[in-house]
Design a protein around this ligand. Sequence first.
Ligand code: MN
Length: 514
Amino acid sequence: MTAHDIIVLFDKPSDADKALVEKAFALAEKAHAGHKRYSGEPYLNHLTAVGMKLAEMGMGARTVAAGLLHDVIEDTDITAEMVQEEFGEEVLFLVEGVTKLSSVRYYGSDRHNESLRKLFIATSQDIRVLIIKLADRLHNMQTLAHVPAEKQLRIARETLEIYVPVAHRLGMGRIRKELEDLAFPYVYPEEYDRVTALLQAKAGKSNELLERERKVLQKRLAEIGLLDFKTSYRVKGLYSLFHKLKRKEWDIGIVYDLLAMRVVVPTVEDCYRSLGIIHKLWRPLPGRVKDYIAFPKPNGYQSLHTTVTTPNGVILEIQIRTERMHHESEFGVASHISYKEQVIAGKPVENPSRFATLIPSLFRPFNKEKAATDDIKKSRDFSHRDKIPRWIAQIGQTHTKDKSTTAEFVEDAQTDFFSNRIFVFTPVGDVVDLPVGATPVDFAYAIHSEVGDHIFGVKVNKKLVQLDTELKNGDIVEIDTRKSSQPTAKWLTFVKTSLARRRIKSALEAQQLP
Ligand code: MN
């Protein structure tokens, strides 16, 4: 594999684009030399696959470069400074974002999932970080068979619980379907067999049928003078079929979108015109016409849908859309970003101070308070960074009634606030946010002063740890209390929150009393 395998997937790459991708490829190759995947393949194959997926989605050279470099900081000797120097801070920002996200882990409680999705969105800060992470996860799922069996289930569940909802919310239909169908057999093996058998029995020869109906439709559309159109077909994804079957008491006979035909035409007018032609050609099922062009789905999806029965007895869902709508339904938010990336490609590298809050040791100017504040202001005024859109707030909102909190949450996500905070979880999945460097004692006092005052022992991710252990993003913290346990003066030397400090002091004073 070479950088060329990625570059050919670009739509009109500039010389600068090519050079950047080649350089990132060369560094990845060197840095990961000797590293192997579980499959025994060179690690570089994984990075190339991620780069190719990003290029296919239409992402720009910087995002592709970051995709190639997404594991260098964590897994090799390459430092943040080196990436910054060689590739600029935008690429570094993306690589570090992906690195940070790798600490977000799934532990399996539903309540925890909500928080985890929020954390995931918040931690990424720039949507391109999420897109790289999705491409990374897609390749990891495609190669999951090589991963040790005891890890497969966790990874597959994490994919369904975290990555699929994120892809869905971002409108990235193609990657969502692939992730779902790759994870399905690991998470629900019996149901997977059942759905596969049902689909095989019902639609085993569907491709032949679909091909025949497609020719009929093509002929008719051409007859009415529609010349510039494309048609394709698909069989419903297994995982989405599984969900539908559960709702329909496993009666595959009443799943009407098992087979679908897509008609892609140049204009919106052509969409409505084609719908008329199709309804004249084939008998529509009542109540199945949906106009998602006039009324898009919440994630932005647009198309006309109708279900018809052909004279051959085939029930077919037909989706009619323009080229732009089609591209958006496949790649979602990525299709908007790729456009923006091209526009900014020629601009000079922006001011390094933007990273002051992310990498303090590197860019913090000579401890002048005023300058530091300016830096933070500038860091927030980063016009082309692809901020998390407001509607993505809904992602963690499935069971959250308080909408304003979520809106505020996303507001916060758009600042660099998160780079100075960590998010840890209670064993039941509630999220507690603390400053970087916080310890289990800070956590305990954040829960309740009674908990803090009677800490007996602490488990982080189910392992016993010392009270002064520094907590990390995504940790699950469990506090064991005993009535007889009391704070000691030593705690004051390591707590990070003023709340904990205050409580400890007053508990110590109370101990002095007769
Ligand atoms: Mn990776």
